[in-house]
Design a protein around this ligand. Structure first.
Ligand code: F3S
Length: 396
C-alpha cells in the first residue's frame, strides 16, 4: 500500500504504540482487500463494548491502547452490557458492573464519547452524504451507507478503533463507487405499515439475496423508525452493508441491477413472521432494537399510560434521547408503569442468559440474537402487541 509520510510515521511508531498497532491493523486489512491507499475518515462508531463479549482479554487490550492512544476524529461507542448509571435496576451484578466500567473508562481515556448506543445518528454522530467514515455495528453501518449515503465498510470493533486512533481507513469496498452499485432488483408487492413489517421485509430479502446489494422497488414510504428496523434486519439475515430503495434512499445507481428480479410477496412476510414467533407467553418484553427514537418513546408512553406491567419490560435507548423523553414527560409515564428505560445497553449485549424464557419484541434483529445469544424463545409483534403482552403477561 502507498502510505503518506504521516501514515508511515504512525506505522514506524513515531506517534506512539496505540497509533502503531492501529496502523498495523489497517495496513494488514488494506493488503488483504487490495486497497491502494488510506483515506481520511471523519466519524467512527466503535462496537465491542460489552464486557460480556470482551472478557478480561478484551479489557486488557483496551487498557493497553489507552496508555497513549487518542482518537483523531469524532468517535462514539456502541451499547455496553449495562446501564452505566443505574445498572442495579437491570439486575446486573456488582462484579460485572466493575469490569464494564473499566472497559468504558478505557474508551473514554482515548477520547471516545461514551454514548453507548447503536443509533449514533440520534445523538450527534450524523455523517452526511458521501462522507467517508469507519463504523462498526451492522445496523448502524447499513443505516449510514443506505439511509444517509455515507461510506463505510462493515468494520469490526478493532478496525473501527484503529481508524479512530489514526483518522484513516484503507480505501476499498464501500468507499469506492463501483462497489456501491445494485446487484439485484427486488420487487416488494405487499403494503408495509408497521415496524415489524419492515423487520419481516429485511428477513425475507436477506434470506433471498444474502449479502448482495439490492435495489428495492415498491416501498412507497418509510419513516426513520421503520428504516432503522429494516437496516438491522436485512444486515442480520442477509449481511449486506448497503441497499437502495427507489424514491427513499439518496444514492442513484450508475448501472442497472442485472439478473432476474426477486419478488417479495405477502406470503414471504407471513413466513418471516412465523419464523420469528415461538410458542408460549413472554416473561420478558423488550423494545428499542436498534435503540428507540423519541417518537417511539412517545408512543410507548401513550400505550403504558395509567397501566402496570406484569412482566419485566425494557425499552433500550440512548441516554441523551432518554433525557429528552424526561423533559417531555414520557419517561415518568413509562417508569410509573414499572417498565424500565435501559440506557447504554440492550437485551442482546446485557448478560441475560438464563434469566428469561421468552422475549416479545418488535425487532427482527432482537429475535435473531435473543435466540442465538440468550437462548430465548421469541415473539415478534408491534409495539401495541408487545405492550399489551407486558401488561397482561399473555401474547395475543
Ligand atoms: Fe442495538 Fe442491541 Fe439491537 S446493539 S441493534 S439494540 S441488538
Amino acid at each position: 500500500m502507498e502510505l503518506t509520510k504521516d501514515e508511515q510515521q504512525m506505522l514506524d511508531g513515531k506517534h506512539g504504540n496505540a497509533a502503531k498497532k492501529s496502523m498495523e491493523i489497517l495496513v494488514a486489512l488494506g493488503e488483504i482487500y487490495g486497497a491502494k491507499n488510506m483515506i481520511p475518515v471523519s466519524s467512527v462508531q466503535v462496537a465491542g463494548v460489552s464486557y460480556h463479549n470482551l472478557g478480561d482479554a478484551g479489557l486488557e487490550y483496551l487498557e493497553d491502547l489507552s496508555k497513549d492512544g487518542k482518537v483523531r476524529v469524532l468517535t462514539t461507542l456502541n451499547p455496553a452490557g449495562m446501564d452505566l448509571e443505574d445498572w442495579r435496576k437491570l439486575g446486573i451484578s456488582e462484579d460485572f458492573a466493575k469490569k464494564q466500567l473499566l472497559v468504558v473508562n478505557a474508551f473514554a481515556k482515548m477520547g471516545i464519547i461514551p454514548s453507548c448506543t447503536c443509533t449514533p445518528y440520534f445523538v450527534g454522530n450524523l455523517p452526511h452524504f458521501s462522507e467517508h467514515i469507519a463504523w462498526s455495528e451492522s445496523s448502524a453501518v447499513c443505516f449510514a451507507n443506505s439511509v444517509l449515503g455515507a461510506r463505510t465498510n462493515r468494520e469490526g470493533g478493532p478496525s473501527a478503533l484503529a481508524a479512530a486512533l489514526t483518522g484513516k481507513t484503507p480505501n476499498y469496498g464501500m468507499h469506492l463507487d463501483e462497489n456501491r452499485q445494485p446487484q439485484v432488483l427486488v420487487k416488494v408487492k405487499p403494503k408495509l405499515k408497521t415496524i415489524p413489517d419492515f423487520g419481516e421485509l429485511g428477513y425475507a430479502i436477506g434470506k433471498k439475496v444474502g449479502n448482495k446489494i439490492p435495489l428495492i422497488l415498491g416501498v412507497k414510504a418509510a419513516n426513520i423508525e421503520q428504516l432503522k428496523s429494516f437496516c438491522a434486519s436485512i444486515a442480520t439475515y442477509g449481511g449486506t452493508a448497503l441497499f437502495h430503495i427507489k424514491g427513499i434512499t439518496p444514492e442513484r445507481a450508475k448501472k442497472p441491477a442485472g439478473g432476474e428480479p426477486v419478488e417479495i410477496t405477502a406470503a414471504d412476510l407471513e413466513e418471516a413472521r412465523k419464523a420469528m414467533t415461538d410458542e408460549g407467553d413472554p416473561d420478558f418484553v423488550s423494545l428499542g432494537c436498534p435503540h428507540a427514537s423519541l417518537n417511539e418513546l412517545k408512543r410507548i408512553a401513550e400505550l403504558l399510560k395509567g397501566k402496570k406491567v406484569a412482566v419485566e419490560t425494557w425499552i433500550a435507548v440512548a441516554r441523551p434521547v432518554k433525557e429528552l423523553a424526561d423533559k417531555a414527560g414520557y419517561s415518568k409515564i413509562i417508569e410509573d408503569s414499572g417498565a424500565k428505560l435501559a440506557c447504554d445497553t440492550c437485551m442482546v449485549v446485557a448478560p441475560l442468559k438464563g434469566r428469561f424464557k421468552c422475549m416479545a419484541t418488535d425487532s427482527a434483529k432482537a429475535c435473531f440474537y435473543g435466540r442465538g445469544t440468550n437462548n430465548f424463545k421469541v415473539k415478534i409483534g408491534t409495539a401495541e402487541q408487545c405492550i399489551k403482552a407486558a401488561v397482561t403477561g399473555k401474547w395475543s
